[in-house]
Design a protein around this ligand. Sequence first.
Ligand code: 5GP
Ligand code: ZN
Length: 115
Amino acid sequence: MEDCVFCKIIKGEIPSDKVYEDEDILAFNDINPATPIHVLIIPKKHIENLMEFKPEDYKIMEKILAAVQKVAKKVGVEEKGFRLIANCGPDSGQEVMHVHFHLLAGEKMGPKIVH
Ligand code: 5GP
Ligand code: ZN
């Protein structure tokens, strides 16, 4: 997608602080971290949000899950834990229309997910 900021990051047109990359997935530090560790995990395929996954894309979720585990180990939070969030659609406040998972960690978070 021409004007998608995350597609530009994937193509290297916008720099990013990469944490993990493979053929299908990219993970990089959020530019405006909400927690001490805040990594965005995205598929390289442009899919707008969770509702836009087609059955033929479901296998991407397996790769996302594998990447989540690798990123958690890489940033050293596999024991302490983390929170994984995907905003989807207007009520969620989704700003970037390329599906992404926020891996939040590095501090004790409250029981409430919504602020
Ligand atoms: P959303 O609100 O769509 O779930 O989250 C989008 C996230 O992308 C935000 O946390 C925002 O800080 C992050 N973000 C937006 N533009 C860039 C960018 O150019 N680089 C990086 N690393 N993060 C970005
Ligand atoms: Zn995109």
